[in-house]
Design a protein around this ligand. Structure first.
Ligand code: ADP
Length: 719
């Protein structure tokens, strides 16, 4: 009996396509195949198989089954679930999973090995080469290791003493050594670790919030859970998700120390051939620990036993372009499908996660104190109304004084301002013109290092003009407000002797430069670090005792459901960089809103009080976690076509209990890259099938060619 293979393709088509399985191909669900699609041959995955032929029209056959192992069933199920949840086509989620497979294989590398033949003349130099060539090694490396010239090596190759072989390049990770042990845990760490180890050993799905103040040793605790997971089975795997590439280095190093081998590192900065190696090793079970960014969640793990989502509250777990997903939420779904444990770690857990823990859906483990002698920093507010800033200055006298004292003691300060560049706005003092991108309604940010004005929304940039483009007045453009570059300028004026650096995505562009800067800071080569959120999270700087928050109110502006929550989390994280070792730390927050609930909670270090108050507000408004939210953004260059479409959509809202639809309204960013943007917000009770509602709604209005519509379930960005 012939069979039909239903094949999912990693492209934007609404469903799987049927192909005939050629005799003897022995496909299974998950098989990776090449199939014809129009004139092309494309990669796909067999979703299911059924008996039958093509009926009247013979089906095209599967062309080839790849030699790679099939996608594991849980991976396949996860991809399909994720696509349904995001109201996207399965191909969009599948493309995430196949990304590593579609990367080119690394080219084999040339290595030298000893053949066993002795050289005709054995000099001391030649002996040192033979001694150094214990493992396959490249020629230049061997020359370096043996301390000889390349001529010596070449002569030995010519003589047949060394032979060239081709080897797979080093994949950058190794096998964990489970005989090694971790740090001696303090009693509350040990209790948390034991609880996690018990859950791992019992097996099956579980979700736990690991809730511990910054520096309490959450990493030490989840390392022990990882050890237990790896010990379960020779192929068992562990995935650790991190919100920032800059943080991966520190966590990789901790794993390497704990297990004697580096885990695989997965994020956008990893070269494609390396990704291909990791992908193949993950699906075959050979790669056992992956530390990576959100996209690592889509890797085809064959035996995943533990997922850790570190800094689980972090907004960068949400991807809101391309395939839209929230990796923390999906990690819980994936763990369920893998029958694995998921640990959500944070000092400032998201309201959603706290609610899940409070209602018993997740376990809740607490670490309430910093490890060892370290104590949490004192947090004080600087009221900028009573300690006003001098004109054109951004650091108030009390902050400057605290920095001077810190510097005099030989300790480090960190100034935190979550704004890249020099100034967020450039305007003409003659005519008042604000510099905007040509096709986007967003201010251009001045960057002094590069001398350019940059749109942070679209990446557009232009040299800063000499004259106002509107009234042509010369030298009339003035910079308004501070970014990190401008704060750095002020710090240099105030502390001319100090060693000052800036940590932002403009100064630290890749993992290597992040590592280098973190190392300089750790080793005390920097006195004052001016940083955006790139440095606010996770790092341990032993000699850092003062954190100054330049504009604590920044995140509170603008209408965003999570503005207060995010500000609180970010400022706790930033403050938490201070005093992580034996010297006490202090954080000073400059604010115009000292009475604001967020500032009061920060000062009192009352996270639980803040969360409780915020919960009440969310509950009253029936917003997440008490209700569900989705945004619908329609955009297009043709205003008329866009308006017609959103009106048609507004008229087509399905009748449903417990759902409210707001809009259409201009999106807060109403023009990006020449496309007008309109937005609906949907609020639904938790009992509502939101995906069903949105799918039905979308199907009711035909989308014109010029319009693009995006359904964003659980939106984090409200642009
Ligand atoms: P968190 O992840 O909660 O911020 P970490 O795990 O990074 O905390 O721990 C903070 C610092 O304290 C790190 O430098 C870590 O190595 C150290 N530390 C934590 N627990 C222990 C322990 N039991 N023994 C030795 N050092 C520890």
């Amino acid at each position: 009996m012939s069979r039909i293979a239903e094949v999912l393709l990693p492209i934007a088509v609404p469903e799987a396509f049927d192909y005939a399985e050629p005799e003897g191909m022995a496909l299974v669900p998950g098989s990776l195949v090449h199939v014809p699609l129009g004139p092309r041959t494309v990669l796909g995955v067999v979703a299911s198989l059924r008996d039958g032929g093509g009926g009247n029209r013979p089906l095209k056959p599967v062309l080839e089954a790849l030699t790679e192992p099939p996608l594991p069933p849980a991976t396949l199920a996860f991809v399909q679930w994720a696509a349904r949840y995001s109201i996207d086509v399965p191909g969009a989620a599948l493309a995430m999973t196949l990304r590593g497979l579609r990367a080119p294989r690394p080219r084999p590398e040339r290595r030298l090995v000893v053949t066993g033949q002795m050289p005709a003349r054995l000099t001391a130099t030649r002996q040192s080469v033979m001694d150094a060539a214990t493992d396959p090694i490249s020629g230049p490396e061997l020359a370096r290791k043996a301390g000889v010239s390349s001529g010596v090596i070449k002569a030995l190759v010519d003589e047949g003493v060394l032979r060239q072989i081709l080897t797979e390049p080093d994949p950058g990770f190794g096998a964990p050594d489970l005989a090694l042990t971790g740090a001696a845990l303090n009693p509350s760490q040990a209790a948390a670790a034991k609880a996690l180890i018990d859950l791992v050993q019992t097996g099956g799905f579980g979700a736990v919030l690991l809730d511990g103040v910054t520096g309490s040793g959450k990493t030490e605790v989840y390392l022990e859970a990882a050890a237990a997971a790896l010990a379960k089975h020779p192929d068992a795997q562990v995935l650790v998700l991190l919100p920032e590439i800059a943080l991966t280095q520190a966590v990789l190093a901790r794993f390497e120390q704990r297990f004697g081998a580096r885990p695989a590192e997965w994020h956008s900065g990893i070269a494609p051939p390396r990704r291909r190696q990791i992908w193949e090793a993950v699906v075959s079970g050979q790669c056992r620990i992956v530390v990576g960014a959100r996209s690592a969640l889509f890797l085809p793990f064959s035996d995943l036993k533990l997922i850790v989502v570190d800094e689980e509250h972090d907004g960068s777990y949400k991807q809101d372009e391309g395939f839209i997903y929230q990796a923390r939420d999906l990690a819980v779904v994936r763990a369920k499908m893998e029958k694995a444990l998921v640990v959500l770690a944070s000092a400032t857990p998201s309201l959603e996660t706290v609610w899940n823990a409070e209602t018993g859906r997740y376990g809740w483990l607490k670490l309430s104190a910093r490890h060892g002698a370290a104590v949490l920093p004192d947090i004080d507010l600087i009221d900028l109304r009573s300690s006003p800033l001098e004109s054109g200055r951004w650091l108030s006298p009390p902050l400057v004084q605290a920095m001077a004292q810190t510097y005099a003691r030989g300790e480090q300060s960190l100034l935190f301002l979550n704004r890249r560049g020099y100034a967020p706005l450039v305007l003409c003092k003659a005519c008042g013109e604000r510099m905007c991108a040509p096709d986007t309604e967003s201010w251009l940010v001045e960057h002094r290092y590069t001398g350019r004005l940059v749109c942070h929304l679209t990446g557009f940039s232009m040299p800063k003009p000499k004259a106002c483009p509107h009234c042509f007045a010369i030298d009339s453009l003035v910079s308004i407000g501070p970014g990190v570059e401008r704060v750095e300028e002020e710090v240099r004026e105030r502390f001319p002797e100090a060693r000052i650096e800036v940590f932002s995505s403009d100064t630290v562009r890749d993992a290597a430069s992040a590592r280098a800067l973190v190392q300089r800071m750790t080793e005390g080569e920097i006195d004052i670090l001016v940083a955006t959120q790139a440095a606010a999270k996770g790092h341990n700087f032993p000699n850092l005792t003062l954190v100054g928050v330049v504009d604590a109110d920044l995140g509170l502006r603008g209408g965003d459901l999570r503005a207060a929550e995010r500000t609180f989390q970010l400022l706790v994280q930033a403050s938490g960089r201070a005093g992580r070792h034996d010297r006490p730390g202090r954080a000073l927050l400059q604010t115009y809103l000292p009475e604001h609930g967020v500032m009061q909670a920060l000062k009192a270090q009352d996270r639980d009080g803040f969360v409780a108050a915020e919960m009440v507000e969310r509950e009253l408004a029936r917003l997440p976690p008490f209700g569900r939210l989705a945004a619908v953004i329609a955009s297009g260059p043709d205003v008329q076509a866009l308006e017609t479409y959103v009106q048609a959509l507004a008229a087509a809202v399905p009748n449903a209990q417990g759902v409210e639809v707001f809009g259409p309204a201009d999106a807060p960013q109403a023009l990006i890259r020449g496309r007008r943007r309109k937005r609906f917000l949907v609020r639904a009770d938790r009992s509502v099938d939101l995906q069903g509602f949105l799918s039905a709604w979308r199907a009711r209005a035909k989308v014109p060619n010029s319009v693009r519509v995006v359904f964003d379930v659980d939106p984090y960005s409200f642009l």
